[in-house]
Design a protein around this ligand. Structure first.
Ligand SMILES: [Zn+2]
Length: 252
């Protein structure tokens, strides 16, 4: 069940991410595993789309990330948030680890993608080791990762992908104050852990996004009419924590 691998760092070669960041070889493999609900799995090409973007994001941040597909899961609802907070998806992982059922969890990121429209709020949830997001239709409609710059305009597809990265971040200990905001011409570039929060209502922000700055000192500003520009990779502050993630006790 456990896939944790400790790799020798001696002789390992760092890689250069798109941001120009040189990545020291991490001490452990980071495992990222995805499942689709039955309805999500019906979108052809969904795995190849999502896999490409996940690989780009996690390999740039970590240098030794393994992204794999777990299969399809029959769930009682497409409500991604409910599947996490009401316990169905975590329970399936625990049962699978115990040999009951087909779900074989990994040590780090265990993400379920469902066929819930991104117009539904909340769009997903992430807790240690476990996350679920909607947006299968929007994700399946994305262009291939090779045709997509790391910073893009917000569409339903790019928004779904950034939320997916956001919830993955929560599973390995990242929070909303690990992200970044950067103003450009008429836009505000937000990293995955910030995502859509700057454009949310004051009540949502006061509950979930009550920060003046990130833990790395990036000032969090108001959009003031700027359009969202989405970073589809992890920014430096997020990547540093992903690289330094040491695992933790899994619930299984
Ligand atoms: Zn969040």
């Amino acid at each position: 069940m456990r896939r944790r691998k400790f790799l020798l760092s001696v002789g390992a070669v760092g890689s250069m991410g798109v941001t120009g960041r040189r990545i020291a070889h991490p001490e452990r493999t980071l495992n990222v595993k995805l499942w689709f609900s039955d309805r999500a799995a019906a979108y052809s090409g969904l795995w190849s789309r999502v896999e490409g973007y996940l690989r780009r994001a996690f390999e740039d941040a970590h240098g030794d990330a393994v992204v794999e597909y777990g299969g399809t899961v029959s769930v009682t609802s497409e409500r991604a948030y409910d599947l996490v907070v009401e316990g169905e998806w975590p329970r399936r992982l625990v049962e699978g680890a115990a040999g009951v059922g087909p779900v074989d969890p990994c040590d780090d990121v265990n993400l379920l993608v469902t066929d819930e429209p991104m117009t539904e709020w909340p769009t997903g949830a992430g807790i240690p080791h476990v996350a679920a997001v909607g947006g299968a239709a929007e994700l399946a409609g994305l262009p291939p990762v090779g045709e997509t710059e790391p910073v893009v305009s917000r569409t339903w597809g790019t928004y779904a992908l950034q939320v997916l990265l956001h919830e993955c971040g929560h599973t390995i200990g990242l929070d909303h104050d690990h992200g970044s905001m950067r103003t450009v011409a008429d836009g505000l570039v937000v990293s995955p852990m910030v995502s859509g929060y700057p454009w949310e209502t004051e009540s949502v922000k006061s509950e979930h996004f009550d920060y003046d700055a990130s833990v790395c000192g990036c000032r969090y500003v108001e959009p003031e009419g700027r359009d969202p520009r989405l970073l589809l990779q992890f920014d430096d502050c997020e990547a540093e924590r992903i690289r330094d993630y040491r695992g933790g006790v899994t619930p299984w």
